[in-house]
Design a protein around this ligand. Structure first.
Ligand code: HEM
Length: 299
């Protein structure tokens, strides 16, 4: 009885062994069959197979480390980041570090945005100053509207590239904790978002006028509910001048001196708002006209 259990276990093991060899080494399996020499060969094959697999795993890990030396949430010094401009290519944005190797045609040697590699130049994304002295990280002093653009770029890098860590410097300390500058930057972005929301609401209340220009007739502005059409189809080129905001009411074109704005814009004003002091009439335009020809280009 005991002998037959041992025999059963042995043959199960041998069969399992044979299946593994046949699976990974089909040719060798045929050669080996079950001769004693063949079994030794199979054993050597398995050892060889296991060691090759181990080497391949180590190689892959090595490769990964080379491509992304940044497993997890690593803290980079500016010197470490500065060394990462080829393979991999890393870039800092608002203190976050991204692996942008897949965008090497932009950021790699010879790329049009190569100067962004190996550093955090957040400010330059807004100022467009790509000189040595313009490639700065600090966005202090930018307008809230510009800070909103910073957020757009940050969203872009977070969506399109791999986040690999933080840069010790303007926005994070040596332990990866946010600095006061990062808090200020987020505050500025929030201000920009608030301004934009208010601006959008204002545009819905006082939509931009439709406008068209031709050399012969000059500029015409209008606030009818109808948009400019050709063969009953809206002319998108001109209608886009309404700011893409649809209007189901007729308004009166006015110069709108929006509080805080540097210049006026043409707004369609509903009748009950005409007394609002932020609105001024256009020259040559009847107070009750919904369409006006402007006296000059600068008006
Ligand atoms: C402040 C100004 C600008 C900044 C900060 C900027 C930044 C960038 C960045 C970072 C990229 C790479 C995006 C990626 O990773 O996929 C890019 C791509 C590109 N930029 Fe700019 N850019 C600016 C102005 C311009 C202007 C004025 C033009 C056109 C005249 C332009 C044309 C392009 C084009 C065509 C691409 C795509 C190139 C391609 O896919 O091969 N950029 N830009």
């Amino acid at each position: 009885m005991e002998v037959s259990i041992k025999l059963f276990l042995f043959s199960t093991l041998a069969l399992g062994f044979a299946i593994i060899i046949a699976w990974y080494y089909p040719k060798e399996f045929q050669l080996a069959s079950f001769s004693p020499l063949g079994s030794i060969f199979s054993l050597v094959s398995v050892i060889d197979f296991v060691s090759k697999k181990k080497a391949a795993t180590a190689e892959r890990a090595n490769e990964q480390m080379k491509r992304s030396p940044t497993e997890g949430d690593r803290i980079f010094s500016s010197d470490e980041l500065a060394a990462m401009t080829e393979d991999p290519i890393l870039l800092g944005f608002l203190g976050k570090v991204f692996d942008v190797t897949k965008g090497s045609k932009h950021y790699g040697p010879g790329g049009g945005y190569q100067f962004f590699a190996g550093k955090d130049a957040t400010r330059a994304f807004i100022t467009g100053d790509f000189t040595e002295s313009g490639l700065l990280s600090d966005i202090n002093g930018l307008e809230p509207k510009e800070a909103l653009e910073v957020k757009t770029w940050l969203d872009f890098y977070e969506k399109d590239y791999i986040y690999v860590g933080k840069l010790h410097g303007t926005y994070y300390d040596a332990d990866g904790r946010p600095t006061e500058k990062l808090r200020s930057a987020h505050h500025l972005i929030a201000e920009g978002q608030k301004e934009k929301a208010a601006n959008d609401a204002d545009k819905r209340k006082f939509p931009p006028c439709n406008s068209e220009w031709s050399e012969k007739t000059g500029t015409r502005i209008w606030c009818s509910t109808r948009s400019l059409t050709l063969f009953s189809k809206p002319l998108s080129l001109f209608n886009s001048n309404s700011g893409g905001i649809s209007r189901d009411w007729t308004g009166f074109p006015r110069k709108y001196f929006q509080p805080g704005a540097k210049s006026f814009r043409c707004a369609c004003v509903p009748e009950q708002e005409l007394d609002n002091p932020h609105f001024k009439m256009y020259d040559n335009c009847d107070p009750k006209a919904i369409s006006c020809k402007l006296a000059s280009k600068n008006e």
